[in-house]
Design a protein around this ligand. Structure first.
Ligand code: ATP
Ligand code: MG
Length: 586
């Protein structure tokens, strides 16, 4: 059993209340200054009027995100700063509103109907944002796909969703044609950068030119579907998750509360809209707050990334542990850049090791704020707010409107400090509407009035949650349960280790033993001396049973394209088993 009484905390490594000071520039939102009071009294319905609804109780998330600002004093404010490889562009709220109206007209002309699925397969170019918003405006369901997918990943998504239209470009469309014949529902391919197109294709530039910039936005019921996307595939085959228009309420509020976006912020979310963070907090949440969003269409490169912050004077930055670990690995590169515009940094997608928080303090003079949610939940659930002390290594507290708890396998709440299933009351606006065409899978998420995340965690008496691991990844060694996160976090505190993936390996004596795959920091080489040193180091940090008995130095860890460590792959390779679905892996 994992309790909060592990050696990690005895050394004061995890529970480090208040050691990280809030930067002075952060002005917490008044309603979260008194967290307990807000938490006790908050109801989602009280926030419905924060995003625009009409008199009949209908809304459209695209209108809430963009159009209402295009009608306000923000109309000529830059909504989107776009940085491509060799050029940049900017779009005001009014321009985005007009362009997405045009695209909605293009789709209407093609005969689109409410609930039709329209998928986007594009790099992070302005047309992706315009078409996403345009699709929502028609009442159809927008699906996003990461531009690195191969034909197999595309087939799974387009076939499963029954997409009727697809928006892509000349560079990517070849991959679609490889599977075109097996997609009976796909009627038209809309190509964003060609004017001379095949018969069943549509030229985006030509069609947009002819389309009107006014459009009667479809008024949707709160529970009508708005967008769908497939999970990251970390634990197995990706699931098609459908979200409703009402989700914008939670995306809007959490963007304010957790990402702390204000009117004068320049915000950069590094996630691709092919993943849920890139939709909920790369498009809907920040636009609905009227913030200026920076989009960078390019690969990860520490120097380029820091240049983006410098050049656009980014104030709020939302990224992921894998990116922070790679930046940490790049060493002093940040010193060549003026990053003083930054005032708030957040992280999501994987556990944020305490070591990264401490590195962030050194590099940016700011704490990195962890928050937790899933594709299925559409919006942030648990977070370290700007207005509260953060405990490095902990995910934070549930946000107002969210009841999170730790339950045992029968759905009974357990005491503080006891490890169990991280569960939520399924009564929040951004919870998925359905798993596409798979009601049985959808039902599996629910038990005894709880929505089960599939993750294991511990809640401390003070309300903070500690991530233990995905249920599938938790290791059972000599009758003790050990979460990979705990072991990996201890390993990367060693200066020679930049990343670690930890698995349980079947063992006749102990049930499982712990095996660690480690990636070395630049300048270190594998040697017996180093291994002994690492062994000595982790022994002082982990309880005896949590100590890895086997080590292996690897060049890289298997990851999803969104940067998550895929432990099932490490396990399969170690044991010579089939690796399962690899469509989302790097
Ligand atoms: P799949 O469901 O296909 O296996 P996935 O779970 O990685 O993939 P996502 O919905 O993108 O798909 O990721 C959500 C999961 O990511 C969470 O269930 C959790 O395991 C992990 N996660 C997200 N944020 C955090 C965080 N702050 N700390 C720890 N884990 C996190
Ligand atoms: Mg998942």
């Amino acid at each position: 059993m994992i309790t909060t009484d592990t050696p990690l905390q005895k050394q004061g490594r995890i529970i480090v209340e208040n050691i990280i000071e809030k930067p002075e520039t952060i002005v917490p939102r008044p309603n979260l200054q008194d967290y307990d009071e807000t938490y006790r009294t908050f109801e989602w319905t009280s926030a419905y009027d924060r995003v625009e609804w009409n008199d009949c109780g209908r809304l459209n998330a695209a209108e809430s995100a963009v159009d209402r600002h295009a009608r306000s004093s923000r109309k000529h404010k830059v909504a989107l700063y776009w940085q491509g490889a060799d050029r940049n562009e900017k779009y005001t709220f009014l321009e985005l509103s007009h362009l997405s109206n045009r695209f909605a007209n293009v789709l209407t002309e093609l005969g689109i109907e409410k609930r039709d699925r329209v998928f986007i397969f594009l790099p992070r170019i302005p047309e992706l944002y315009v078409s996403f918003l345009g699709i929502l405006k028609t009442g159809a369901v927008a699906g996003t796909m990461f531009s690195a997918f191969g034909p197999e990943g595309l087939y799974d998504r387009l076939h499963d969703s029954g997409a009727r239209y697809l928006i892509t470009n000349s560079a990517l469309k070849g991959r679609v044609y490889e599977i075109r014949d097996n997609l009976p529902d796909l009627e038209r391919i809309i190509v964003v950068d060609e004017t001379d197109v095949a018969e069943d294709e549509v030229s985006y530039p030509e069609a947009m030119k002819k389309a009107s910039e006014t459009f009667d936005v479809a008024e949707m019921l709160p529970d009508d579907p708005a967008f769908m996307l497939y999970t990251s595939g970390t634990t197995g085959k990706p699931k098609g998750v459908v979200h409703r228009h009402l989700a914008i309420v939670q995306q809007h509020l959490t963007t304010e509360w957790v990402l702390d976006l204000h009117d004068d912020d320049i915000y950069w979310c590094t996630a691709d809209p092919g993943w849920v963070t890139g939709v909920s907090y790369g498009i809907l949440g920040p636009f609905s707050c009227g913030a200026s969003v920076v989009v960078h269409d390019g690969r990860f490169d520490p120097d380029v990334w820091y240049s983006i912050i410098e050049q656009y004077r980014v104030t709020v930055w939302y990224s992921a542990p894998t990116a922070f670990r790679m930046l940490m690995r790049a060493g002093d590169v940040y010193k060549n850049h003026d990053l003083r515009s930054l005032r708030h940094i957040c992280s999501v997608g994987e556990p944020l090791n305490a070591e990264i928080v401490h590195w962030g303090m050194r590099a940016f003079k700011l704490p990195i704020h962890d928050n937790f949610w899933q594709t299925e939940t559409g919006g942030i659930l648990i977070a370290n707010y700007p207005s509260m002390p953060i405990k490095p290594g902990w995910m934070g507290k549930s946000i107002p409107g969210i009841t999170a708890a730790i339950v045992d396998d029968d759905g009974n709440e357990v005491s503080p400090g006891v490890e169990g299933n991280l569960a939520l009351k399924p009564d929040f606006p951004s919870l998925m509407l359905e798993i596409w065409k798979n009601p049985a899978k959808y039902q599996e998420y629910f038990m005894g009035g709880w929505y089960l995340t599939g993750d294991r965690a511990v809640q401390h008496e003070d309300g903070y949650f500690l991530f233990v691991g995905r249920a599938d990844d938790v290791i059972n060694t000599s009758g003790e349960r050990v979460g990979p996160f705990e072991v990996e976090s201890a390993l990367i505190e060693h200066p020679a280790i930049v990343e670690a993936g930890v698995i349980g390996k079947p063992d006749p004596l102990r049930g499982e033993i712990i095996k660690a795959f480690v990636v070395l920091s630049d300048g270190y080489e594998a040697s017996d001396d180093l291994e002994s040193d690492v062994r000595r180091f982790v022994k002082t940090r982990l309880a005896g049973h949590a100590y890895p008995r086997e080590f292996e130095v690897v060049e890289t860890l298997p990851k999803t394209r969104s940067g998550k460590i895929v432990r099932r792959m490490l396990r399969a390779k170690e044991l010579g088993l089939p690796v399962g679905d690899v469509s989302t892996l790097e």
